[in-house]
Design a binder for this molecule. Structure first.
Ligand SMILES: [Zn+2]
Length: 217
């Protein structure tokens, strides 16, 4: 490429390099180009699909988008995994108490709130024992990685683990909000109660779908 080449020519060379870089050989690149035309007409969408940037495949996606969990719970878990929940460590510009409302000793971060706080640890301890999750979780990404690995498969028990996980994150967040905005004291038993209720509702839906598939209902 020369310095005085036109911008269009430079762009064409750039495109050519990208195709060759992906397809590796000249013949494969020609074959790829031929796939972008149908009946002698260039297909923009096929070419766009080749050049469009692709995001990294997220390991937690299938755990977050759980069929048997209500959208509200899925949404909170999704925000948590994207570090978008407004925990107090992200609100330094506000003159408020930045300590965790559960233990009142440590700054409220997502990691502390959901896993490292003694209060939340107790919640997880009960929930995990109830659904048969044996591993202790310390961060949201590692928990999601584990739950993805652990809950492969479509058995009711694997579904139960996923429901329990997303539901616990949701109800911990709700208990935190109720304490901050309504001054309601968080109760471990009540979070467990809400979480177990979600599990029963999820299992009911699972059972219903299963029976429908078997044409029993
Ligand atoms: Zn705490």
């Amino acid at each position: 490429m020369r310095k005085d080449d036109s911008p269009l020519f430079k762009k064409l060379l750039d495109i050519s390099d990208k195709i060759l870089g992906t397809e590796h050989t000249h013949d494969a690149a020609v074959h790829k180009l031929s796939n972008w035309s149908y009946g002698g007409r260039f297909c923009n969408s096929a070419a766009y699909d080749f050049f469009r940037p692709r995001g990294t495949k997220l390991i937690w996606a299938s755990s977050v988008w759980n069929t048997f969990v209500t959208p509200k719970r899925v949404f909170i878990l999704w925000l948590a995994t994207k570090s978008k929940l407004l925990t107090k460590d992200r609100l330094h510009y506000l003159q408020i108490d930045h300590n965790c409302c559960f233990c009142e000793r440590m700054e409220e971060t997502a990691c502390h709130l959901f896993f490292n706080c003694p209060f939340t640890k107790s919640v997880w301890h009960i929930i995990c024992a109830w659904v048969g999750i044996r591993r202790l979780m310390s961060t949201l990404p590692s928990a999601l990685k584990w739950i993805k690995k652990e809950s492969k498969g479509k058995s009711w028990h694997n579904k139960l683990k996923r429901i329990a996980f997303s539901s616990t994150v949701y109800h911990v967040w709700m208990a935190r909000n109720r304490n901050i905005f309504y001054n309601l004291i968080p109760q471990i038993d009540s979070i467990f109660g809400y979480g177990s209720l979600d599990c029963f509702v999820g299992l009911y839906h699972f059972l219903f779908v299963l029976l429908e598939m078997l044409s029993v209902v």
